[in-house]
Design a protein around this ligand. Structure first.
Ligand SMILES: [Zn+2]
Ligand SMILES: [Zn+2]
Length: 82
């Protein structure tokens, strides 16, 4: 199951499950749209994979399969590409 992470790894901005601003790679590294586009060039800094819009989960499914609570925040991982 896809991990819905609560924030951007670069800027720690909130990315709620219904957000259309979330971008993920195949390993579920999660970024906001502005970091993905302006800082990362659409490429995940952790694994080199492409970042694509995160699919949204319906409210009924969210109740049974809630987003993960733990935040991943790695500003250093983003700095090297800036
Ligand atoms: Zn960000
Ligand atoms: Zn990644």
């Amino acid at each position: 199951m896809l991990e819905l992470r609560p924030g951007c790894e670069c800027c720690d901005r909130d990315l709620p499950p219904e957000s259309t601003e979330a971008r993920i790679c195949s390993f579920e590294c999660t970024f906001c749209a502005s970091c993905a586009e302006s800082k990362l060039g659409g490429i995940c800094p952790n694994c080199g994979g492409e970042l694509v819009p995160r699919p949204r989960r319906s409210a009924a499914k969210l109740a049974k399969n809630p987003p993960v609570a733990q935040r991943t925040f790695k500003p250093l991982g983003c700095a090297k590409t800036a």
